[in-house]
Design a protein around this ligand. Structure first.
Ligand code: FAD
Length: 414
């Protein structure tokens, strides 16, 4: 970025988790030393991770105006999308409103979701709630007796699938139905193994107590008739319905480097490799664990670099990924040991595996959500949650492939 003789113009592309964290962090660290422009196609920020709660009426995704956020951080908001970057001219081309110049550009544009299996309900966090409601109705009507929750191989974030499986088990049980077979199938060796042994064991306990079978180290692929084959072994998946997460690909913006899947390569300060004054944070980067909290940590590292370059008294710290999870178990350790409540009992409060501001852990994003969502952000009762904090392996490099969920190179962090 140019020397701080003028207010550097920082353009942030995106209106999601990483973009919001970055805008709030940069405003906090640099104040009026920078001018900010936020380019995002949507009017509102939505915490899509909370969508897993919607089919169960356990919570809903709230919208927060990007215009209000822009006003708060003194940014200009442009309703548009970045289609190309010209790093030589320090300019971005937008789809509708022409070209904008920048001193620093941050690409926080997320990833593209791809359907992994055509015959599955793919839960993207976008509009799949309706399809999921249909599945719950089929379970209630006894049209469906077995459901498999499948984590696809490749780059993804498996936690939502566990939430869906657990909440479906509770929903089914609360309907008085006890003959539905539920299973989770994943390339992970153990449930949520990325979080380390104690948390993985706790999740395994939750699955067992909910009557959900787990089959790990298993790679699902669609056969010629669309039905799923399970590898190694090659047996056919025995389930009437399949729920899957999407696989994820990089954003592929013209003028921006990308790996073979389109993910943007960055160094540990979020600088895009080989391109001056362009940064990237979040799911769109080559960092292989796609999680909102990690997206926020990347954004914080970039905000520090930009604030320091603008003359703020900040020493930029490199991105040192720490995976944080706050798993609400509803009933603390007892929940792990005891069977599900009897049919018809009040279980709704137990469905809150995560509370909104804690679902994505951001230094700035979480307090912002807490402020906006206030009462709905009620803290978990004492003893009813597990906090997990895992520093990712020190030999772990950005762009390293070891954490991709591939059965033939098992997940790290066990
Ligand atoms: C169902 C589900 C549940 C999840 N649960 C959790 C959870 O519990 N905890 C957790 O930490 N993470 C969770 N995640 C992962 C988390 O949602 C992502 O890691 C996080 O949203 C990534 O943030 P991001 O800013 O990189 O991308 P996004 O949040 O996807 O934001 C991308 C933004 O960029 C905009 N955009 C796209 N292209 C352009 C362009 N060309 N120009 C300008 N703007 C553009 C988009 O409109 C969007 O506003 C979940 C994901 C899913 C799908």
């Amino acid at each position: 970025m140019h020397a701080a003789t003028h207010r550097p113009h920082v353009v942030i592309a995106g209106g999601g988790v990483a973009a919001i964290e970055l805008a709030l962090a940069l405003h906090d660290l640099a104040g009026t030393r920078v001018q900010m422009t936020l380019v995002a196609p949507e009017r509102d920020f939505e915490l899509r991770p909370l969508r897993t709660a919607e089919p169960f009426s356990a919570d809903h995704v709230r919208r927060h105006s990007l215009r209000d956020l822009a006003r708060r951080v003194g940014a200009e908001l442009v309703a548009d999308t970045v289609v190309a970057v010209d790093p030589g001219r320090h300019a971005v081309r937008l789809a509708e409103t022409g070209t904008r110049s920048y001193d620093a550009l941050v690409l926080a544009v997320g990833a593209r979701h791809r359907t992994a299996f055509s015959r599955a309900i793919t839960f993207t966090g976008d509009r799949t709630t309706v399809a999921y409601n249909g599945l719950l109705a089929d379970l209630e009507e006894h049209w469906t007796r077995s459901v498999a929750f499948v984590v696809p191989p490749g780059t993804t974030w498996p936690l939502p699938l566990y939430e869906l499986a657990l909440m479906t088990a509770r929903e089914v049980r609360s309907m008085g139905i006890d003959d539905v077979a539920l299973q989770v199938i994943s390339p992970e060796p153990t449930p949520l193994s990325l979080f380390g042994v104690p948390a993985s064991e706790a999740v395994a306990g939750l699955l067992a107590s909910a009557g959900i079978a787990f089959r790990g180290d298993t790679h699902a692929q669609a056969g010629h008739d669309g039905r799923l084959e399970l590898l190694p072994g090659g047996d056919r998946l025995d389930a009437e319905r399949v729920v899957a997460l999407p696989t994820i690909e990089g954003p592929q913006i013209s003028g921006v480097p990308g790996d073979e899947r389109g993910f943007i390569p960055v160094d540990d300060h979020g600088r895009v490799r080989g391109v001056e004054d362009v940064y990237a944070a979040g799911d769109g980067t080559t960092f292989p664990v796609k999680q909102g909290g990690l997206a926020c940590q990347m954004a914080d590292a970039i905000a520090e670099v930009l604030a320091a370059a603008a003359g703020a008294d900040v020493t930029p710290q490199p991105f040192r990924p720490v995976l944080r999870g706050h798993l609400l178990t509803g009933r603390g350790s007892q929940y792990l040991e005891q069977p599900l409540p009897d049919a018809g009992s009040e279980t709704t409060s137990d469905l809150h595996l995560w509370s909104a501001p804690r679902k994505v852990d951001g230094r700035y994003l979480s307090p912002w959500l807490e402020e906006l969502e206030g009462a709905s952000a009620a803290a978990a009762p004492e003893g009813a949650h597990i906090d997990v904090e895992v520093a990712l392996p020190s030999d772990y490099e950005i762009g390293h492939e070891a954490m991709r969920l591939d059965p033939y190179s098992p997940t790290r962090g066990r």
